[in-house]
Write a protein that binds this ligand. Structure first.
Ligand code: SAM
Length: 276
């Protein structure tokens, strides 16, 4: 018997019109929809006059639920997987079902559409060339600190999801470990109160004391590391000349170079002394 296909269907993150024709067509034609919250998805289906058998699959579903769905796919049923908002598998259930489908030789088909962080990033005005998506920060103290340090060192724009009641705590943690960098809060995307709040972490802490709604934090990359990387790609002489041009004295130049290259001051001092 030919196996069914598992369609990973992106749904709107607020505005119900943000869904593709193909996604609607797939939701209309599959044998069933697997939804994170069937009541939530019903609103979307009603809006598009789609009547379809739905079953729920959420983060607390046990493994037997995945196996039931796999069995249906093996029987030849075509299934659409949707989450409450955006793309399934992105901070939403889906990963395990997709992994098991691949193991069973079931075709997994992406149906592209909204994903909150992509839209937050592109409208943030921060560097989009490379980025680090970390989802929600862990609550466990040690893991959280590790992630915050990763952000501190990252040469890429970082994106975090956050709940409104935890925003102030997270911003204060960022301020402590990452420093006072530029950040953007992307709030209520595609909804009536859509808003981008831009500024330094310190300013944003003040501006967001009573903030509500769904939100994403986008954090500027560590530009200090970049200067360090750039200076390390040039010769010691070029680096010396660069700081000399900026008006620094020999002692300061040697100290700066040593710091940027993470080597003892003495080593740099000896190098230039040996050159005379
Ligand atoms: N699967 C979703 C996606 O593709 O983006 C993400 C689901 S995750 C459980 C929910 C988080 O996504 C929210 O806490 C918020 O950080 C972010 N989010 C979802 N919709 C949003 C919106 N309309 N505006 C801002 N952030 C949103």
């Amino acid at each position: 018997m030919e196996k069914g296909k598992l369609y990973i269907v992106a749904t709107p993150i607020g505005n119900l019109e943000d869904i593709t024709y193909r996604a609607i067509h797939i939701l209309e034609t599959v044998d069933m929809i697997v939804a994170e919250d069937t009541r939530h998805t019903l609103k979307l289906l009603n809006h598009y006059h789609i009547t379809k058998h739905m079953i729920s699959y959420h983060r607390h579903s046990d493994k037997t639920k995945v196996e039931e769905i796999i069995a249906k796919l093996k029987e030849g049923k075509h299934i659409a997987l949707v989450s409450d908002a955006g793309t399934p598998g992105i901070c939403d259930p889906g990963e395990e079902m997709i992994r098991r489908s691949i193991e069973e030789g079931i075709q997994v088909v992406p149906i592209p559409g909204a994903c909150a962080f992509v839209n937050a990033l592109v409208c943030s005005g921060l560097d989009t060339e490379t980025f680090l998506f970390l989802g929600f920060l862990p609550l466990n103290k040690k893991n959280r600190k590790q992630k915050l340090e990763q952000i501190q060192n990252s040469n890429h724009t970082t994106i975090l999801y956050e709940a409104p009641h935890k925003l102030q705590t997270t911003l204060k943690d960022l301020q402590t470990i990452v420093g006072n960098r530029s950040i953007v809060i992307a709030r209520e995307l595609t909804k009536i109160h859509e808003e981008f709040i831009r500024g330094s972490i310190e300013e944003i802490i003040e501006k967001t004391t009573n903030i509500k709604g769904e939100m994403i934090i986008i954090i500027e990359k560590n530009t200090e590391n970049e200067t360090q990387k750039n200076t390390q790609q040039i010769s010691l002489e070029e680096q010396y000349a660069y700081y000399e041009k900026q008006g620094l004295q020999k002692k300061e130049i040697i100290k700066t170079i040593a710091k940027e290259r993470n080597v003892p001051k003495n080593e740099i001092y000896m190098y230039f002394n040996s050159k005379g």
